[in-house]
Every structure is written in C-alpha cells, then in structure tokens.
Design a binder for this molecule. Structure first.
Ligand code: NAD
Length: 490
C-alpha cells in the first residue's frame, strides 16, 4: 500500500509529492513529471489534482473558515509568527529545493528570497493586528470601517520565485482571516509542498492551508471556477489572467492580478554612470525571468557610446552555469518549452533587423537550458521584441534626445508594471517619475520594495494593488457599520 507520508529526497531534503488537503497528504489519480532546469533530470512525479481534489480542498477550507476567522488577528498572528520562524529555521532546505526546482541562484534564495518570505508572513500578521478601520461622526451618525474576513481564498502563483511569491499572498490572506487553497506552479511545485509541512509544524489547524498541485488548465481552472471561492489572488501571465478574469466575472469574485511587464530602464546623461550600469546589469538576474525587469534600456543620446562600452564589458563577465555555485550570476531558463519561446523571440528580433551587441542565442558552452545574456541594438521601432514580454535574459537598447522623448518612449508599451530612472537631478527624478505610467517607479535604485507600499501593475500588468492596508482592502470584505448616535438605551 502506498505510504502517504512518503517523501522524495530533493537536494538532500525530504519533500512530499502529494496534495495537502484538510491537514493530510492526499494522492491524486493523475501525476505529472517535475524536471530540474539545471540538468534536465527528472526530480519527481507529482500528484496532479483533478476536479474532486480541488473540491475537497475548497470544502476543507470552507469548513475551517469560521474558527480561523473567530481567532481574530491576535490569535492568527501567533500561528503566523510561528510559521515565519519555522521558515527561517529551514532557510537552507528551502533554498536548496527552490534552486533544484526552478534553477534560480542558491545564494539569492538563501540570503534574500527565504528571508523575504518569512518577512512577508510576519509583516502581514503584525499589520492585521494594528489595522484600525477609520471611524467618524457625521450628521448624528457614527461610522466605523471594519475589515471582515471574506472566506475561501485561491492563491495562484508562477514558477520564477514560487516560495517568496506564495508567501506574499499567504501572509495577508491568512492574517485577514481567510483559509486558503494554493495552486503552485507546475514547473516548480516543490517549495510549496514544504510550506505544508511547515504549516503543520506551526500547528495551523487542518483546512486553513490547502495545496493543490497540478496543471494550470486543470487544477487552476477548477479552483477559480469553484462556487465556494470568494477571492482569487493571481500572479502570472497576462494571457492566463484573461482566462481567470472571465471565470471570476461569472460569479463577481474579486480578483487581484499581478502580471507581466515590458518595463523601461531610463538613464539620463547626468546619472551616476557606474551605479546605472550596475543596476542595469541586474536586469539579467534570475536569467531575466523577473516580472519587474527593466528590459527596455533607454539611454540619453550623448552617453550612448560610454554606456554601451561599460555595460557590454561588464555583461560579458557575468558567469553562466550551475546556480548552486557561488560565482555564477546567470542560471538556466525554467523549461524546454520556455527556452524555445525565448529563442523564438530572439530569432524573430534578428529577422526584423535588430542586432545582438552581445549574446543572441543559447549558450554553446553550457548547453541545456542556458541562454546567453543578450542586448539588442538597432531595434526597428515596431519590432516585436520592444513590445512583448520575453521573460528571459534579453534586453533592448534605444536612445532618446530629451526628457520628453524619454517619457514618451517609456510609456510606449501596453504594460505598466514598473519603470526605473537614473538621473543626477532630484527634481527631474520626481518629474519623470510622476509622468511614467507604472505601478512602481524607482529613481536611482532598482527592486527596492517595502511591504507597506502598494504593489501592482497598470494597463496590461494587472488589476489592483497589494501591500500594507491595500492587501486587506482586497482580502477582506470591507464594511461600514453606521449607527445613529444616542439611540441606545442600554
Ligand atoms: P502562467 O500564467 O503561465 O502561470 C501562472 C500560474 O497560473 C501557474 O500556477 C499556472 O499553473 C496557473 N494557470 C495556468 N493556466 C490556468 C488557468 N486556466 N486557470 C487557473 N490557473 C492557471 O505564468 P508563468 O509562466 O508561471 O509565470 C510567468 C509570468 O508571471 C510572467 O508573465 C511574469 O511577468 C509574471 N509574473 C508577475 C509577477 C508580478 O508580481 N507582477 C511576479 C512574477 C511573475
């Protein structure tokens, strides 16, 4: 008989390949294969949820709702802070498994992503306890805003930073009083499975956290169409968002969507060149598989030559290879399918007349799923590579004459997730920042994110904002309680 407590060893860490429903490991009828992008080896066979698994998970969450909600933010906070501590205590294991599963750099996972994950949980537990709805009197009525738990919440996440991005949703959803059903990405499902073990260790009651592993079009689709799901928080591609949005529209279920981007990275001639070059290089982080990456480098004409020389020289030093090794800066792409997609963009860009100044194809030296960091110059105005999200280590380079043109080019995109500006002049940073249409604009920095700040995308990059109270505006049923003053006799 199959032992549902069975664990598979991934990078020396024991991970369950099964579903986690109502506090128990559950076997599904179907499975899918999970590969490591580092060497293409099969890591394991995972359970693939079908309609009945998803239904069981949602029903379990529904049953757990009243008690979890009744704990209040302080009671829930105790569990959540324990969960955060356990995540931190298991940093090495989480980092090792994440790297084996999605090919991201081990050092980045260990020193940044896991810490950030624990912080995501702790921060929202603390915030929920301090969250005070506004109150005021007007025309003899006393008004008070309440943040009520909203019920079963579906959390759907992508593969590029699965553990960290999942905790960014788990923290506020649970702190708000909602039980959750997580649908992890099928290309990197393993660290979410670890999260179930940590939840159990933290003593989180059965049914509060459920995890349905599986294929997006099956498990994800069943989840977003389930009649008992009251909130959907989705991070992923704009194409999938359209499908999920249609499902949610049928039942008027609120959806938060954090989607793709084609963000501008603007450098003015008065900028600190070395700082600008260093931050521009960071756009190759995670092999370019970062939603926030500023993939369109827009540089003031007068510094074109200097920038290209410095940037190319440093980009050529980025070492490709096994993401578990310290000196490696660029790991593999996630899968063969994604690799072919990135290659397709690059080949079409060349056919359209764009020229790779460096890179421009798969890494011959590394083979496998490794793709050379690439910079395209002489890109025709209407080229596809300027418009579509590649989600690989592929940047374009264009110049602008003046501030007005920089803003126009920066905004010339269907997306609006982020924008970066480098300039030596503070007032220009403010001015340009205000005119760029994006959920996040950085001036003389990149990737800084404080959890108090609203986060999300404009245009095709998303719907809604999360972060600080914005997260509770989404995950809660915000209610106004109004009573007539002086109307109580007892
Ligand atoms: P994706 O849209 O293919 O998949 C995301 C998740 O949705 C996966 O778990 C998948 O299984 C699930 N899914 C797929 N089809 C579904 C369906 N019909 N119903 C329900 N769920 C379904 O995206 P991806 O390739 O995993 O991730 C890359 C994308 O995510 C990029 O566009 C990237 O920019 C974006 N992203 C955005 C952010 C952000 O914060 N804005 C962060 C990371 C990644």
């Amino acid at each position: 008989m199959l032992n549902l407590e069975q664990r598979i060893k991934i990078a020396g860490v024991k991970v369950s390949p099964f579903q986690y429903i109502d506090g128990r490991r559950v076997l599904s009828k179907a499975t899918f294969l999970n590969f490591s992008p580092i060497d293409g080896s099969i890591l394991c066979e995972m359970s693939a949820a079908d309609q009945s698994d998803v239904d069981a998970a949602v029903q379990a969450a529904y049953r757990a709702f009243p008690e979890w909600a009744a704990l209040g933010s302080t009671g829930r906070g105790e569990y959540l802070r324990r969960l955060a501590d356990i995540i931190e205590a298991n940093a090495e294991k989480i980092a090792q498994v994440e790297t084996a599963d999605n090919g991201s750099l081990l050092a980045a996972n260990l020193h940044f992503m896991v810490k950030r994950s624990a912080h995501n949980i702790r921060f929202f537990a603390d915030w929920a306890e301090k969250l005070q709805g506004e109150g005021w009197d007007s025309n003899g009525i006393r008004y008070k805003v309440h943040y009520d738990p909203s019920g079963v919440t579906a959390l759907i996440t992508p593969w590029n930073a699965p553990f960290m991005l999942t905790t960014w949703k788990v923290g506020p959803a649970l702190a708000a009083g909602n039980p959750i059903v997580i649908k992890p990405p099928e290309w990197a499902p393993l660290t979410c499975s670890l999260l179930a073990d940590f939840a159990e260790e933290a003593g989180i009651p059965p049914g509060v956290i459920n995890i349905v592993q599986g294929i997006g079009e099956v498990a994800g689709a069943e989840l977003v169409n389930h009649p008992l799901v009251n909130r959907i928080s989705f991070t992923g591609s704009t194409d999938t968002a359209k499908i999920i949005g249609s499902a949610a529209a049928k039942r008027i279920v609120p959806v938060s969507m954090e989607l793709g981007g084609k963000s501008p990275f603007i450098i003015f001639a008065d900028a600190d060149m070395d700082a600008a070059v260093s931050h521009a290089l960071a756009q190759f982080n995670n092999a370019g598989q970062v939603c926030l990456a500023g993939t369109r480098l827009l540089v003031e004409e007068s510094i074109e030559k200097e920038f290209l020389e410095k940037f190319s020289q440093r980009a050529k030093q980025l070492k490709l290879g096994d993401p578990r090794q310290k000196e490696i800066r660029v790991g593999p792409l996630i899968s063969q399918e994604h690799f072919d997609r990135v290659s397709g963009f690059v080949e079409r860009a060349k056919r359209e007349g764009a020229k790779p100044l460096f890179g421009g194809g798969p890494s011959k030296e590394q083979g496998g799923l490794f793709f050379e960091p690439t910079l395209f110059i002489d890109v025709p105005k209407d080229a596809e590579i300027l418009k579509k999200e590649v989600f690989g280590p592929v940047l374009t380079f264009q110049t602008f004459k003046d501030e007005e043109e920089a803003i126009r080019m920066g905004n010339d995109t269907d997306y609006g997730l982020a924008a970066t500006v480098f300039t030596g002049e503070e007032t220009r940073g403010e001015r340009v920042g205000q005119k760029l249409r994006a959920g996040t604009v950085w001036v003389n920095t990149y990737y800084a994110r404080d959890l108090k700040a609203p986060f999300g995308g404009s245009k095709q990059s998303g719907i809604g904002r999360e972060g600080g109270t914005h997260s509770f505006d989404f995950f809660c049923d915000v209610k106004t309680l109004s009573h007539k003053m002086g109307s109580f006799y007892h």
